[in-house]
Design a protein around this ligand. Structure first.
Ligand code: MN3
Length: 206
């Protein structure tokens, strides 16, 4: 996926993307109230801060993914945190759809079976990855060469900076699930896989 920067809106480098569904469309699995905070407040705050911090860096005209990589490589910690979170959240929204979940098909399912042994084993490893990420972070399905892997990242970290291609992500910061699941992160992760994943988007990232 490539996220173009919409630089025409009030001259800002980054803009908060619209959700690809109505904010109540994923209920009861992810509530409109969660999106009010998670998209409207948390993601928006990363966009606002990134727009401040990008000024004068000379990175303004690059694609978002490249800004993330260069902010990391140049040790621009605060900028990296905010552009990393902007990328991660923009990607996360697209990983979900109403009546999602179920199983992928075709080449994606073949690769999952080849890499994990079975789709059920993939689900187990993905959920365990999300549970095992201590504190705030993300659990990803990535393509690394010709293999698929589960990767955990802390805070704003992203597989983009490790040369791995993101296919699917779930946000495991508490703000992602506390309104709907309170402290039950494992239930949130299982519900994400069973009810929300947009496998067409994931397959399109291969
Ligand atoms: Mn989040």
């Amino acid at each position: 996926m490539t996220l173009a920067n919409a630089q025409d809106k009030a001259g800002e480098v980054f803009t908060l993307p619209e959700l690809p569904f109505a904010k109540n469309a994923l209920e009861p699995h992810m509530s409109a109230e969660t999106f009010d905070y998670h998209h409207g407040k948390h993601h928006n705050a990363y966009v606002v801060k990134a727009n401040e911090l990008i000024q004068g860096t000379g990175l303004e005209d690059l694609p978002l993914e490249e800004i993330v990589r260069q902010a990391k490589a140049k040790g621009l910690g605060p900028l990296f945190n905010n552009v990393g979170q902007h990328f991660n959240h923009s990607f996360f929204w697209q990983c979900m759809k109403p009546q999602g979940g179920g199983e992928p098909t075709g080449a994606l399912l073949d690769k999952i079976n080849a890499s994990f042994g079975s789709f059920d084993k993939f689900k187990e490893e993905f959920v365990n990855g999300g549970i095992g990420q201590f504190g705030s972070g993300w659990v990803w399905l990535v393509e690394n060469g010709d293999k698929l892997e589960i990767v955990k990242t802390a805070n704003a970290e992203t597989p983009l900076t490790e040369g791995k291609k993101p296919l699917l992500v779930c946000d495991v910061w508490e703000h992602a699930y506390y309104i709907d699941f309170q402290n039950r992160r494992p239930d949130f992760l299982k519900s994400f896989l069973d009810n929300l994943v947009n496998w067409d988007f994931v397959a399109g990232n291969l």
